[in-house]
Design a protein around this ligand. Structure first.
Ligand code: SAM
Ligand code: SF4
Length: 347
């Protein structure tokens, strides 16, 4: 159930009360990523070490009511229009269906989506859809069981594929697929993955690997670039630029063989979209991050637990976003990888 905040109907319109989440560079965040857990049942090498990580201690995790309250503040008071639940693996969060239901009950109602590895989604897709989930993005890096095991350190390709089918069957369409290519691991599969997506009417997007691995071994010169991905696809498909403007969406899209099917490439490193970024992030332990690569965080959990009201929480969140840097700075010689890996930030 939604936590009691401002009564529905009397709430200010988005961002109207004290302003939205605007930074000093003219960007306004309207897209909230909420990490629901730092745990995962896979160990994708670009994200988490095989042995796992020291998990966040339970008392530091936001409770379901605390998540609901902070999402409500973001939507009612700060102008957030899209809420994406992620992790770690969000399907591992026992209260996920109720959390989605609480978000869907907000006024104004946000768009609600989930980023997941889809393990278990065949069981959860229907209840999630009934609770108000609008869309899913599923991570799928390979169609080969051995490569899956090599890349994710678990033999779960069949479970992921079942979950994707379950999402489509539950009407969570169009299912979006996210793929990270790694050199010498799965980079040869780009055309096969696109054929798979076209055959099932899934929307495929390739994402450049970012320096967010727990081991800190990412190397730019080893990264498979957006240009390389496009070249590999163009060798087998006719790609034409999508005439629809990309706006703040990070994926540059191309029509495949004249359309209407499309493929996206998110060149987070080589074609950064920081100037159009509209995201704000909340970690599973209640810290606001104004960027994936932020070095600092703002503690909303402590504030909420100290008895702060919604207006004070909203004010602290605005302050956190004011200080957002203009870009991720991966190319700066002074760039430092954030202390938390992707699994603990929420991708
Ligand atoms: N477990 C869920 C999943 O895999 O979809 C949600 C969390 S995961 C951290 C979210 C997304 O981040 C996935 O699409 C994953 O491929 C992506 N990701 C993780 N580490 C990454 C990295 N170093 N570079 C680029 N994308 C990454
Ligand atoms: Fe888990 Fe997602 Fe990270 Fe893979 S990318 S280890 S599925 S959190």
């Amino acid at each position: 159930m939604p936590a009691p905040t401002q009564a529905q109907g009397t709430a200010p319109r988005p961002g109207a009360a004290g302003g939205g989440l605007t930074d000093r560079h003219g960007r306004t965040a309207t897209d909230l990523r909420v990490s629901l857990t730092d745990r995962c049942n896979l160990r994708c090498t670009y994200c988490m070490p095989e042995a796992g990580l020291p998990w966040l201690p339970k008392p530091t995790l936001l409770t379901d009511d605390e998540v609901n309250r902070l999402v409500a503040v973001a939507v009612r008071d700060l102008g957030v229009r899209e809420v994406r639940f992620t992790g770690g693996e969000p399907l591992l969060r026992p209260g996920l269906v109720d959390i989605v239901e609480a978000a869907a009950a907000l006024d104004p109602r946000p768009e609600i989506s989930l980023t997941t590895n889809a393990i278990g989604l065949e069981r959860l897709a229907e209840p999630l859809r009934a609770a108000g989930l609008d869309r899913v993005n599923v991570s799928l890096d390979t169609l080969d069981p051995a490569t899956f095991k090599d890349l994710a350190k678990r033999d779960r390709l069949a479970a992921t594929l079942r979950g994707i089918e379950g999402a489509a069957a539950a009407g969570l369409a169009p299912v979006k697929i996210n793929t990270v290519l790694m050199r010498g691991v799965n980079d040869r599969e780009a055309p096969d993955l696109l054929r798979f997506a076209l055959a099932h009417d899934y929307q495929l997007r390739f994402i450049e690997q970012m320096p967010l691995d727990a081991a800190g071994v990412w190397r730019r010169d080893e990264m498979v670039t957006a240009a390389e991905i496009l070249a590999a696809l163009k060798a087998e498909f006719d790609l034409t630029p999508d005439p629809e403007h990309r706006g703040s969406a990070p994926a540059e899209t191309w029509l495949v063989d004249g359309g209407p099917a499309k493929v996206g490439v998110i060149g987070s490193v080589t074609r950064p979209f920081c100037g159009d970024c509209d995201r704000t992030r909340l970690t599973a332990d209640g810290q606001v991050r104004n960027c994936l690569f932020a070095r600092g965080e703002t503690d909303l959990r402590g504030l909420a637990r100290s008895g702060a009201g919604d207006a004070e929480i909203a004010g602290r969140w605005r302050e956190a976003m004011r200080g957002k840097l203009p870009g991720h700075g991966i190319d700066d010689p002074s760039f430092l990888q954030p202390a938390r890996p992707m699994s603990a930030i929420g991708g």
